[in-house]
Design a protein around this ligand. Structure first.
Ligand code: HEC
Length: 111
């Protein structure tokens, strides 16, 4: 096989987003605080962060801030994302998914 082809495959594998799986207890904690949360909404929140929260600064892991901080920071950052795109790319429902993801996962790390 051609070396270039192998490199190309490696690059694709290395750059594809990691699949994060959430446990049942993540979903339980999420839905206790954010009614309506499911595996799908947690995954959506995570994917939106990976997609939109990396264009100005490196990805910030949920555990980097506590719940109170995320509540304050996220609305400002969603404004940043939409301003940069010159249109609304994150709506309020999606913002809610992101917040649920960040808060659920930062609370998971502190037991
Ligand atoms: C248009 C550029 C831009 C985008 C997009 C953006 N940010 Fe930021 N972010 C900034 C700037 C500038 C700062 C530092 C100034 C500040 O805190 O407002 C910052 C700071 C932060 C901080 C540290 C703030 C603190 O007070 O500790 C966090 C956490 C953060 N961003 C998360 C996010 C998340 C999550 C998203 C996606 C929803 C996001 N950012 C998208 C520009 C951006």
């Amino acid at each position: 096989m051609n070396k270039l082809f192998i490199l190309l495959i490696l690059a694709i594998v290395a750059c594809s987003p990691k699949v994060v799986t959430f446990s049942n207890s993540d979903v339980e904690r999420a839905s206790a605080k954010f009614p309506g949360s499911t595996l799908a909404t947690l995954t959506e929140g995570h994917n939106l962060c990976k997609k939109y929260c990396v264009s100005c600064h490196p990805y910030t892991a949920p555990s980097a801030r506590n719940e109170a901080k995320w509540n304050k920071i996220l609305p400002k950052m969603v404004v940043n994302v939409n301003k940069k795109a010159h249109k609304q790319v994150i709506n309020s429902l999606q913002e809610a998914s992101i917040l649920a993801y960040l808060v659920t996962m930062t609370n998971a790390q502190k037991k």
